[in-house]
Design a protein around this ligand. Structure first.
Ligand SMILES: C[S@@+](CC[C@H](N)C(=O)[O-])C[C@H]1O[C@@H](n2cnc3c(N)ncnc32)[C@H](O)[C@@H]1O
Length: 228
């Protein structure tokens, strides 16, 4: 089955070379998004070697069921195999891999620890992202409830906060760069990349999550019309 990209066409004609504001919704430099509902292996197969400056990915860790109690929906939860990582490293120059402690990756001195401030003792206090950079490790403290919307809900069982992606982009990316996300989920990364001014290519295999993410991204990037 052929998947046409749902191109939100938020891209600039010319990639921005500098960023003037950090705030979501207040920066004049907006990125672009090309998102598809498909298996990430199919997406990556279309791209030449080292096409993407950076991949920031959040694959299923394969650790137990990812069950969304609010929406009673399972997401495809099998951890990706070696063929996934071979493709990821082929198409991207640098990689940030959430759940890197679950996967057989090379040694790295550079990790990001996300301290989530979970109030419940049966949830993890932190998550770890493996990074391909030769840089020091970082700890970021961003409440996991920062992923929630104004009504206190999320659209995805493992939705990460937009602020977490913004932090990664500000530290490891440059506006105008080509970024890859192979497991888009709720679209938090796309919202952060949009306001940061990077061009994101992304896919999500689950049609329901994909549709919900596209609606959310359109809604939460609508402020751009105030600035263009
Ligand atoms: C851990 S979640 C990502 C959550 C995301 N970071 C967020 O903030 O919402 C992993 C996502 O990958 C999707 N997925 C699983 N296997 C996939 C595949 N082979 N290709 C593309 N997406 C896949 C799942 O449906 C799920 O939405």
């Amino acid at each position: 089955m052929k998947h046409e990209p749902e191109n939100l066409t938020l891209a600039h004609d010319e990639p921005p070379t500098s960023r003037t504001d950090k705030g979501v919704g207040s920066g004049p430099l907006l990125g672009g998004l090309e998102a598809t509902c498909e298996d990430c292996m199919a997406l990556m197969a279309r791209y030449p070697d080292k096409h993407f400056d950076l991949a920031i990915v959040d694959p299923p860790y394969g650790a137990g069921d990812a069950f969304n109690f609010r929406y009673s929906k399972l997401y495809p939860n099998a951890a990706p195999g070696p063929e996934y990582f071979a493709e990821l490293f082929r198409v991207s120059k640098h990689q940030i891999i959430w759940g890197g402690n679950y996967f057989p990756l090379p040694c790295s001195r550079c990790w990001t620890i996300w301290e989530k401030g979970n109030p419940a003792p049966n949830f993890s206090d932190f998550e770890m992202a493996w990074m391909s950079f030769d840089k020091v490790s970082k700890m970021v403290k961003i409440p996991s409830w920062g992923a929630m919307h104004a009504d206190g809900k999320t659209i995805h069982p493992t939705q990460k906060p937009v602020a977490l992606y913004r932090e990664l982009l500000e530290t490891y990316a440059k506006p105008g760069q080509r970024i890859l996300d192979t497991h888009l989920g709720s679209g938090s990364h796309a919202i952060a990349a949009h306001y940061f001014g990077a061009h994101l290519t992304a896919c999500e295999i689950d049609p329901d999550y994909f549709a919900a993410a596209m609606a959310r991204i359109k809604r939460e990037t609508a402020q751009q019309t105030l600035f263009t």
